[in-house]
Ligand binder design. Structure first.
Ligand code: CS2
Length: 493
């Protein structure tokens, strides 16, 4: 079968949407760090619409910070790829052309710095996942002892980390008299613009105070709330895309119809007209972000740990379990919603209903295992902030405690059925060591894991109510299993 590329575009079936502009003429306006599936199904699609509408300044150069996969797959396709939008009502396909080149940072960090210092580049956007910022998730501060940070402070010319690349590029632009780029974080971090601003300034201050002050005064870091569910692409997806295109695409992305992007309007050097595809520009993103992190991502992590332990491979399979789905609805309504400042234009009940529908989308095979990854980086903003809020209000948090308990059992690396779990987390080895030492004793497991200040801070580790509720739920999961514990938790409330 022929491979998707520039020459193939005109032969694709009429129902497949293709770029309607001259790609080769696009200058690079955006360098995107972390060119994974999420960026390609979200921000790149918004940028594509702006380019199609005539705003030609915004070609994207993607950078992979680790693996060569995306570059190797997309280069033979002239960086073209398919976005497949899947729902119960069928599939829609679009070929996106906004990405013009892909670099692999470890192969040639100098080439990445060169691109970051191009005069045409006005935006650097990021989807590098939570752990990509080399920070302490409990405090949001730069992790000064992270090996990549230690490396990048010693060797400025060939960075490995996000702060290392951003700060070196900003220093070089300043030295040659070029205005800085705007940094747009599109990861699920709390107050993501502010958080990345702080991490970058802290890194710069370790190099040179004056540079830190320059960044402080001159670089914009708008916060954004990004939302679109994008499961990892499977071979079955590739076959589906090939059948629709009549050509093969080695690296398509599959997603849902829903997409949302709420952006703080701080772009001193301009931006694409992302509003054309529905992006909302607001003065304060935080209420939207907290609502999304706590309701969507918090419930997602609940479905991941409880669902995985109950034997559900995907989110939609977990949601098809009536006890699990009743639990998720209660978790949202009773324990998460009361902690939110709902944005004035948001309809909370409608938002939650839509969320549960999205989780049920039977056409998306979103693995619980995928969402379970990197829990130590995700729990603070998804669940622990909500728990702190409930503790301070003297309110119940039985359901939230159950999710933390499920995470604790998950990271032991052995399921309730005795089968091994492939735990992916920057702290996986440490988690395993602590869990092994605790054995089958719930109190010992909870103590061992709560003593991770980067995740729980010191306040939660010392809170006896929190410790007690989580320990009780760990005990219940071990003794009675997931479904009985869900039932008991629902009934107790
Ligand atoms: C998910 C998110 O993998 C995960 O941890 O919770 O990637 C989620 O799908 C997105 O945030 C949806 O916008």
């Amino acid at each position: 079968m022929t491979r998707l590329d520039e020459k193939m575009l005109r032969q694709l079936p009429a129902l497949v949407r293709t770029p309607r502009y001259e790609r080769t003429a696009l200058p690079t306006g955006i360098v995107h760090l972390g060119i994974g599936a999420f960026h390609r199904a979200h921000q790149a699609v918004y940028t594509e619409a702006a380019i199609e509408a005539g705003d030609r300044d915004w070609g994207i150069v993607g950078v992979s910070l680790r693996s060569t996969d995306t570059r190797d797959a997309l280069q033979p396709q002239d960086c073209l790829y398919t976005v497949g939008v899947r729902s119960g009502e069928g599939d829609k396909f679009q070929i996106v052309g906004a990405i013009r080149d892909i670099l692999v940072a470890p192969e040639n960090p100098q080439a990445v710095l060169d691109r970051l210092c191009a005069a045409s580049v006005r935006i650097v956007s990021l989807t590098v996942t939570e752990k990509g910022y080399c920070h302490d998730p409990a405090t949001g501060d730069l992790a000064g002892n992270h090996p990549d940070i230690v490396h990048d402070l010693a060797d400025r010319e060939s960075p490995r980390s996000v702060p290392g690349f951003l700060v070196e590029a900003l220093a070089r632009r300043r030295a040659i008299g070029l205005a800085p780029f705007t940094v747009v974080c599109c990861d699920n971090l709390p107050a993501n613009g502010k958080t990345v601003h702080r991490i970058v300034t802290q890194f710069a201050a370790c190099r040179d105070r004056d540079l830190a002050r320059y960044i402080e005064d001159n670089v914009a870091f708008p916060s954004t709330m990004v939302d679109r569910i994008v499961p990892a692409t499977t071979d079955e997806d590739r076959a589906r895309v090939a059948a629709a295109l009549g050509a093969s695409d080695a690296w398509p992305v599959m997603t849902e119809p829903f997409s949302q992007w709420v952006i703080e309007e701080t772009f001193p050097r301009g931006r694409p007209d992302w509003a054309l595809s529905g992006a909302q520009f607001v003065a304060d993103v935080e209420p939207y972000e907290t609502m999304k992190l706590r309701l969507l991502n918090g419930s997602h992590s609940a479905l991941a740990y409880l669902g995985y332990l109950a034997g559900h491979e995907t989110v939609s399979a977990a949601m098809a379990d009536p006890v699990m789905s009743a639990f998720i609805a209660e978790l949202m309504d009773e324990e998460i919603s009361p902690t939110l400042h709902v944005p004035a234009d948001a309809d909370l009940a409608g938002y939650k209903r839509a969320l549960r529908e999205r989780f049920r989308n039977p056409a998306l095979k979103h693995r619980t295992w995928q969402i379970a990854m990197d829990g130590t980086q995700k729990l603070p903003q998804r669940l622990l902030g909500t728990i702190r809020h409930r503790l301070a209000a003297g309110a119940a948090f039985e359901r939230l405690a159950l999710v933390i308990a499920a995470w604790m059992l998950y990271v032991r690396g052995i399921g309730l059925d005795g089968r091994p779990i492939d735990v992916r987390d920057p702290l996986a080895v440490e988690l395993r060591r602590r869990a092994d030492a605790a054995g089958q004793d719930p109190a010992a497991l909870v103590s061992a894991l709560l003593a991770l200040p980067a995740v729980f801070g010191s306040d939660l580790a010392e809170n006896s109510r929190f410790r007690e509720r989580v320990t009780a739920q760990v005990g219940s999961l071990l003794r009675d299993g997931v479904t009985a514990t869900l039932r008991q938790t629902i009934a107790a409330a």
